[in-house]
Design a protein around this ligand. Structure first.
Ligand SMILES: Nc1nc2c(c(=O)[nH]1)N[C@H]1C(S)=C(S)[C@@H](COP(=O)(O)OP(=O)(O)OC[C@H]3O[C@@H](n4cnc5c(=O)[nH]c(N)nc54)[C@H](O)[C@@H]3O)O[C@H]1N2
Ligand SMILES: Nc1nc2c(c(=O)[nH]1)N[C@H]1C(S)=C(S)[C@@H](COP(=O)(O)OP(=O)(O)OC[C@H]3O[C@@H](n4cnc5c(=O)[nH]c(N)nc54)[C@H](O)[C@@H]3O)O[C@H]1N2
Ligand code: SF4
Ligand SMILES: [Mo]
Length: 669
């Protein structure tokens, strides 16, 4: 037996990007624990990844290529060789492209792995050269990214490690206890040193329970709340006029737009006590350093872009930037690594149509000239994660749509496929992993042997490029060549490479934890904060910061939100949890419907229905019900999940999915 201890890093769609220590025996993972190459990880990791062997070697792992046998969507497959499966895929793609054109093919991918080799690289090259339709990737962070870029460009936010210096921490639409656990001990250390904590969340999350102030906003009502705070700061003389004069533009326009919202009006719209909102203004104005951890809960609704922009404007208006631990943190995925992952793709984007991934059910049903005839799904499980689930499943199961799924396990999407191809997991392939919370970069080798015949994305799309005769002389093809191309894309690449070779991890060039407005500045054209960026103002319906009221109706009065589960990353690892999931509702809403804890209920709207148990909970406010994101068919009694109730309407910015705009009714079944 050969036992080995190797270092790796976790590329799952989680901000923390943990450094890992992996023990293998004969290439098989036997233990995974936290490493010390990242100060944020600090030796501990989540239970999901500690137990990843159950995922890697469980009964749902796809071991060989599979070809559909039987009706689509029934999950009947026969094992095939790679040659046979690729012959089928290449034959069908050639036929479709030859007859209907490349745009009849759509690559479909999202958050499986946050690595430069797995995410793009050869897959992007393949679909660009094929002239396939482009995918607008809008499941997540589309609205918040549009807002951040518009206001600040790609300036990194406050490093999570620096929260320890803050005197006030605001968690706005974010639940680190599940979704970024390494922030929790930092918050606790700050609180032990006297910091105050405010949580803005419709649910009483674990940290809301311990907060000094919990603003339980109605879903989708963050925009008036943030504008009212801005208005109060201006009208009470609490705005930092000197900072704004030096560093921001469109100040008067923001002031004018915010003036529509008094504390009383915003509190009424958001279902808050005006005194609580007032208390927040006072706390925020007085504290320094004050930091706002902006999450993703506030973007997943019709007002999500405006809400994110208004929250991101707060530290500018109140003058909180320029000190360590002061300002905001949104996604740091934008932190500027000098090197460019596009260098591995080498093909320019195709001038073909773009399809919003959050409207894939509609696209499969309605698009023509050309119709979508082939979908190649990788790093993604849309049958579980896309809006309008019934339309998505119906589209995937059409006999005239050829569906290829490359995944590690037999997901709900893979069950709908014509061909399933086995994929390696992150410990089984090399990747360049970079965080969107922790600002670190890792070059992680494969440390384990994949079971069965799994191939990495590099190997699969390299083979497709070759078989479809889309390679060009000099193309980087292997992981080594792709990596070298990325590091050769900028003069700073050599330094980064040397650091990775020496330490196995690299921080952002220069300052390891840059302080916004001291070490890093906005990268907007003039280096200033744009408080009402013209492009966003043109994009948002009614202009930036225009508020659209609650979509609830008499028939569907309850706001269904679907926050993250601690036990999964989106739908990843959902095959390991077989227990049914209950919908949480308040005692008030339960009583009004004669529902008691444990009852079977129907949850429905015009799009669909979910059947599951009810859990009466003191943690959700009346008017709000909770069914987590990422559930699989086996988690409910009728095989439908929250996504079956989620409209495919998009938010005000970025084409963002509006997962939390579902409005439903609940009744005993
Ligand atoms: N364990 C685990 N970790 C994860 C993930 C996971 O699925 N599981 N997912 C990863 C991914 S893909 C992402 S994007 C991040 C997401 O990280 P978070 O943003 O923390 O995740 P969510 O749970 O989607 O939403 C956060 C909170 O927003 C609240 N919320 C819902 N609607 C609103 C609203 O309108 N306004 C406000 N203020 N709050 C609202 C929810 O109640 C929830 O507590 O986490 C990543 N980390
Ligand atoms: N109801 C509801 N739904 C939501 C949300 C919500 O708030 N509410 N939020 C959404 C958010 S924040 C996000 S980010 C999306 C995420 O949605 P998805 O992008 O669908 O993410 P996952 O569910 O994690 O599925 C990723 C899949 O990629 C596979 N995978 C991992 N690594 C690799 C690899 O190297 N190669 C290949 N070929 N496959 C790989 C995994 O096995 C997994 O099946 O879900 C969204 N869905
Ligand atoms: S999922 Fe997040 S917390 Fe868990 S190991 Fe990966 S990076 Fe760390
Ligand atoms: Mo996400």
């Amino acid at each position: 037996m050969v036992a080995q201890l190797s270092s790796s890093a976790c590329p799952l769609d989680c901000p923390d990007l943990c450094s890992l220590e992996v023990r293998t025996e004969d290439g098989r993972v036997v233990e995974v624990d936290g490493g010390h190459r990242s100060p944020l990880t600090d030796g501990f990791i989540c239970g999901k990844v500690r137990k990843i062997a159950a995922h890697l070697y469980g009964p749902d792992r796809v071991q060989t290529p599979l070809i559909r046998a039987g009706a689509k969507g029934t999950g009947g497959f026969r094992a095939a060789t790679w040659d046979e499966a690729l012959d089928l895929v290449v034959g069908r793609l050639r036929e479709i492209v030859g007859r209907a054109g490349g745009e009849a093919v759509l690559p479909y991918h999202y958050g499986g792995s946050n690595g430069w080799l797995t995410e793009g690289a050869l897959a992007s090259r393949f679909f660009r050269r094929l002239g396939a339709s482009n995918l607008d990737r809008t499941f997540c962070a589309a609205a918040t990214t549009a807002a951040t870029r518009g206001l600040y460009g790609v300036m990194p936010g406050v490093a999570l490690e620096d929260y320890v210096d803050a005197r006030l921490i605001v968690l706005w639409g974010v639940n680190p206890s599940a979704t970024g656990i390494h922030l929790v001990p930092v918050i606790e250390r700050a609180r032990a040193a006297g910091a105050r904590l405010v949580v803005v969340d419709p649910r009483r999350t674990p940290l809301a329970r311990r907060a000094d102030l919990h603003l339980a906003v109605r879903p989708g009502a963050d925009l008036p709340v943030a504008l009212a705070v801005i208005h109060a700061l201006f009208s009470r003389g609490l705005a930092d006029d000197a900072f704004l004069a030096a560093h921001a533009v469109e100040v008067d326009e923001l002031r004018r737009r915010a003036a529509r919202w008094t504390i009383e009006a915003a509190a009424a719209e958001a279902g808050l006590a005006a005194a609580d909102l007032d208390a927040f203004v006072t706390l925020y104005a007085a504290a320094s350093p004050a930091v706002i951890r902006v999450g993703w809960g506030l973007e997943r609704n019709r007002n999500g872009g405006g809400a994110a922009a208004a929250v991101l404007a707060l530290p500018a208006v109140a003058g909180k930037l320029g000190v360590r631990g002061g300002g905001y943190t949104m996604s740091n995925g934008d932190a500027r690594w000098a090197v460019d992952p596009e260098a591995a793709i080498v093909a320019p984007p195709a001038p073909t149509r773009t399809i919003n991934m959050s409207r894939i059910g509609r696209a499969l049903r309605e698009l023509d000239a050309p119709r979508l005839e082939a979908l190649v799904v990788y790093n993604c499980n849309p049958a579980a994660t896309a809006p309008d689930q019934l339309a998505v499943r119906a589209g995937l199961c059409r006999d005239d749509v050829f569906v290829v799924v490359h995944d590690q396990v037999m997901t709900d999407t893979a069950r709908c496929a014509d061909v399933v191809l086995p994929a390696t997991a992150f410990l089984e392939h090399r990747d360049l992993r970079r965080g969107y919370g922790a600002m670190r970069l890792y070059d992680s080798p494969a440390v384990a042997t994949p079971p069965g015949q799994a191939w990495s994305n590099t190997r699969l799309f390299g083979e497709l490029l070759r078989r479809m005769e889309l390679t060009r002389p000099g193309d980087p093809m292997t992981d080594d060549e792709l990596t070298a191309a990325i590091f050769a894309s900028a003069p700073e690449g050599a330094v980064l490479r040397a650091r990775l070779d020496a330490d196995g991890v690299a921080a952002l060039p220069g300052e390891p934890r840059p302080v916004p407005f001291r070490d890093v500045m906005p990268t907007t054209t003039d280096g200033k904060i744009h408080l009402v960026p013209a492009a966003l103002d043109a994009e948002a319906p009614g202009g930036l910061y225009a508020y659209r009221g609650d979509p609830g109706t008499d028939a569907y009065p309850l706001a269904l939100i679907s926050p993250a589960l601690a036990t999964q990353i989106s739908s990843t690892f959902g095959q390991l949890r077989r227990k049914e999931v209950a919908i949480e509702l308040s005692a008030e809403d339960a009583a009004a419907r004669g529902i008691v804890d444990g009852d079977e209920v129907r949850v429905w709207n015009a799009l669909g229905e979910v059947r599951c148990a009810a859990a009466v909970s003191a943690d959700v406010r009346p008017g709000v019900v909770v069914l987590p994101k990422g559930l699989w068919r086996h988690h409910t009694r009728n095989g439908h999940t929250a996504n079956a109730l989620i409209p495919d309407a998009v938010a005000d910015l970025g084409g963002q999915a509006t997962y939390n705009d579902a409005r439903v009714q609940v009744a005993r079944a």
